[in-house]
Design a protein around this ligand. Structure first.
Ligand code: CP
Length: 324
């Protein structure tokens, strides 16, 4: 099924039509998207980059789970490319009256929404929508259960590449709730495609990933081993909304001491290692607040890159719309 979803992303000419997963996106396309995104960055204090490449098109944001960064950045990205952007308020939408997801999609299609940006708590929803929309409509996955968050993976890859483009000689350590993390999944897919030297996934045993979910990664339960000489350290939030039972997960103080990304634990990583976090952060649990705000942190850069990456993705799918 996932292999089919990877193919579903491309039209009959091999152009990107939907972005459902980073699986199936090769190193050439990843690099092109990152290069395009770099072109949308401007200096601090300068006006943001703009174009009219999506003028006349409409982007619909359908977030059936909470979001700040992804939703706001898709909104800004669409507007900065000249599109109309519709932010559906799910809490007051007719989904609350029992309308199906497809009926919601068909309703927006009838209003000439061209791009559906979808976040949902259930597996498979973005691909399901992609299989059912009209030929000219594109679907972008903005976070799917614990499965995939492809634009987050792209912005993380971009941020890592800005620190060091030599993926093959790099160690990336991701620390936290790996089992429930779509961020870790998409980052892992992107990094493996780029030929990452070593990817380590560090978590307490209760939050370790199921076997086979992260091919090529090293699963570690000790932070000293996991962060040893790492070039990049990414902290992840515990996804409480996806965990029925917290049995076996250490309490806050124990968790922070053993799995928190802190000044104390960063002594194991390389002296110039960067600190990442996809947000939202729980300071004092998975990351030390002062470290998140300090010079090694690239967390706000990730957010800035997020707008640029979403502009690059929207522009790319807009190119095939302009030929239809
Ligand atoms: N990183 C991320 O997806 O953040 P939001 O949930 O705020 O969109």
């Amino acid at each position: 099924m996932e292999q089919d979803d990877a193919k579903l992303q491309f039209d009959e000419n091999g152009n990107l039509r939907h972005l459902l997963s980073l699986k199936g996106i090769d190193a050439i396309l990843l690099t092109e998207l990152l290069d395009d995104a770099e072109g949308y960055l401007t200096a601090p204090g300068a006006l943001p980059a703009r174009s009219q490449s999506l003028a006349g098109r409409t982007v619909g944001n359908l977030f059936f789970e909470p979001s700040t960064r992804t939703r706001a950045s898709f909104d800004l990205a669409g507007r900065r490319l000249g599109a109309d952007v519709l932010n559906l308020d799910v809490n007051t939408s007719s989904r609350k009256k029992g309308e199906s997801i497809l009926d919601t999609i068909y309703t927006l299609e009838a209003m000439q929404v061209d791009v559906m940006v979808v976040r949902d708590a259930s597996d498979g929803v973005p691909a399901y929508i992609a299989r059912n929309v009209k030929d000219h409509v594109s679907v972008l996955n903005a976070g799917e259960s614990d499965v995939s968050h492809p634009t987050q993976g792209l912005l993380d890859l971009m941020t890592i590449r800005q620190h060091n483009p030599d993926f093959k000689n790099m160690t990336v350590a991701i620390v936290g709730d790996i089992q429930h993390s779509r961020v870790a999944r998409s980052a892992s897919e992107a990094l493996q495609t780029m030929g990452i030297g070593e990817l380590r996934l560090i978590s307490p045993p209760a939050l370790a990933p199921d076997a086979g979910r992260f091919p090529g990664a090293r699963i570690v339960d000790n932070i000293a081993d996991g962060l040893k000489d790492a070039d990049v350290v990414m902290a992840l939030r515990i996804q409480r909304e996806r965990i029925g039972n917290l049995d076996g997960v250490p309490g806050i103080d124990e968790y922070f001491a053993n799995y928190g990304v802190s000044y104390e634990n960063m002594k194991f990583a390389k002296p110039d290692a960067i600190v990442m976090h996809p947000g939202p952060m729980n300071r004092g649990i998975e990351i030390e607040g002062a470290l998140a705000d300090g010079p090694r942190s690239v967390i706000t850069r990730q957010v800035t890159n997020g707008v640029a990456v979403r502009m690059a993705v929207l522009d790319r799918i807009g190119r095939i719309m302009s030929t239809q």
